[in-house]
Design a protein around this ligand. Structure first.
Ligand SMILES: [Ca+2]
Length: 345
C-alpha cells in the first residue's frame, strides 16, 4: 500500500472511531415509574448517550409526583446538570390512568429517596423538546418511555421538528397482544390520540413494545449479581427490583419485564434487538381494541372495488412503513449491559 493510501485509511479509521464515540444527544420523556428509573439510570451511565433533558409526562403516576421522582433520581445520580421539566398534566382526550398497582404508591416501589438537590426547570416539557431539537438539529434522539402526550403536543405545536429529530425510540405498543388488556399496551392505552399523532407525524418511529419487554426479563439472579456491588444507584435498583419482581412473580412471570430500559438500550445499541419496518396505526375507537398498535406485517392492504351489489378485491395498495418494530431482543446481552452499567455505580 502506498504511503498516501495508508494515511487516508488511518484518517478514515480515526474519523469512524471518533464518530462511534460521539455520544448521541437524547431527551428522555418519562413517567417515573420503576422501570423508568431503571431506564434513566441506564442512560445516565452509558457513554453512548448524552442525556440533555428529562421531560415528565403523567402515566404511572400523576405529573407532579413524576416530576418529583425524576428530580430525586437525577439527584441520586449526581446529575443536577440535566434539564428536568414537567409537561402535560393529563392525556389529550381522556382521563389519566395511573399505575401505583405496579409501581407502588410513590411510583418508586415505596422507596423513599432523600429530598431532591436538583431543581425543576420552569419550561413546559413540550416547548423544551421543541427548543432543544432546534438547538441541535439532526442530533437529538427522543426516547419517550411513557404515554406520548408531551411528544404529541410538541409535534402538533411545531411540526418542523419532525425532520430535525435524529431518531425517536419509544417504549410502547405491541404487535402480539397487550399488557393492560387483550389488545393494548399501557403507554399507548393511556393516550391513544397522542400516540396516533406521533406515529403519523412523518418520521420513522422505532417501537420497542411490551411484547418484547416481556421476553426480556430481569430475574432474581440478576438482582443478586447487582446486589454484590455496593453503591447508591445499584442499591436503589436492587430495592426497586425487589418490589417489581414480587409483583411480576405474583402475576406468573419468572422475572420483571424490562420495558423502558430496553428502549434506552435500543438507542444505545440497536444491534441488541431485531427491528422490522412496518406500517403501524393506532386504534382510537375499537370496542375492545382502543390503544392497540395495529401493525401491517405484509406491507400492503387489499383494495376493494364495488361490483354490482358486492365488493371484489381489485389489487393491493402498498403501505409505507412508518415504524421500525422491535420483534425480538438479545435478552442476555441486554441484561449484561444493564447490570454492568448500574453495578458501576
Ligand atoms: Ca414508563
Amino acid at each position: 500500500m502506498k504511503r498516501s493510501a495508508i494515511l487516508a485509511s488511518a484518517i478514515l479509521l480515526l474519523l469512524s472511531t471518533t464518530l462511534a464515540q460521539t455520544p448521541k444527544r437524547a431527551i428522555i420523556d418519562t413517567d417515573p415509574g420503576v422501570d423508568d428509573a431503571f431506564a434513566i439510570l441506564l442512560a445516565l451511565n452509558s457513554p453512548e448517550l448524552k442525556v440533555e433533558a428529562l421531560t415528565v409526562v403523567p402515566g404511572n403516576v400523576e405529573g407532579k409526583q413524576g416530576l418529583e421522582n425524576a428530580l430525586k433520581i437525577a439527584s441520586l445520580a449526581n446529575r443536577c446538570d440535566l434539564i428536568i421539566a414537567g409537561g402535560a398534566q393529563h392525556p389529550l382526550n381522556q382521563k389519566l390512568i395511573t399505575a401505583q398497582y405496579w409501581h407502588g404508591a410513590n411510583g418508586l416501589a415505596g422507596v423513599e429517596l432523600p429530598a431532591p438537590k436538583c431543581k425543576a426547570d420552569p419550561r413546559f416539557g413540550p416547548d423544551l423538546i421543541i427548543e432543544l431539537v432546534h438547538k441541535y438539529p439532526h442530533e437529538i434522539t427522543l426516547i419517550p418511555v411513557g404515554p406520548l402526550t408531551n411528544i404529541a403536543l410538541a409535534v402538533s405545536k411545531d411540526p418542523s421538528i419532525v425532520p430535525l429529530v435524529k431518531d425517536i425510540v419509544i417504549m410502547g405498543g405491541s404487535i402480539t397482544g397487550g399488557n393492560v388488556n387483550g389488545a393494548a399496551e399501557a403507554n399507548i392505552y393511556n393516550d391513544p390520540e397522542a400516540a396516533a399523532i406521533v406515529f403519523n407525524a412523518g418520521w420513522m418511529v422505532t417501537m420497542v413494545g411490551s411484547d418484547v419487554g416481556e421476553r426480556t426479563l430481569f430475574t432474581r439472579k440478576h438482582q443478586a449479581d447487582m446486589a454484590s456491588q455496593h453503591g447508591p444507584e445499584s442499591e436503589f435498583v436492587v430495592k426497586l427490583a425487589d418490589y417489581y419482581l414480587s409483583a411480576s412473580e405474583k402475576s406468573g412471570y419468572s422475572g420483571a419485564a424490562m420495558y423502558d430500559p430496553l428502549a434506552v438500550a435500543t438507542a444505545i445499541d440497536p444491534t441488541l434487538v431485531t427491528l422490522k419496518e412496518m406500517h403501524v396505526d393506532v386504534e382510537t375507537k375499537g370496542e375492545f381494541t382502543r390503544g392497540e398498535t395495529v401493525a401491517n406485517r405484509m406491507g400492503y392492504d387489499e383494495k376493494n372495488v364495488l361490483h354490482g351489489d358486492h365488493y371484489e378485491i381489485d389489487g393491493l395498495v402498498p403501505m409505507k412503513a412508518n415504524a421500525r418494530v422491535c420483534t425480538a431482543s438479545n435478552a442476555d446481552r441486554f441484561l449484561q449491559l444493564f447490570v454492568s452499567r448500574i453495578k458501576g455505580k
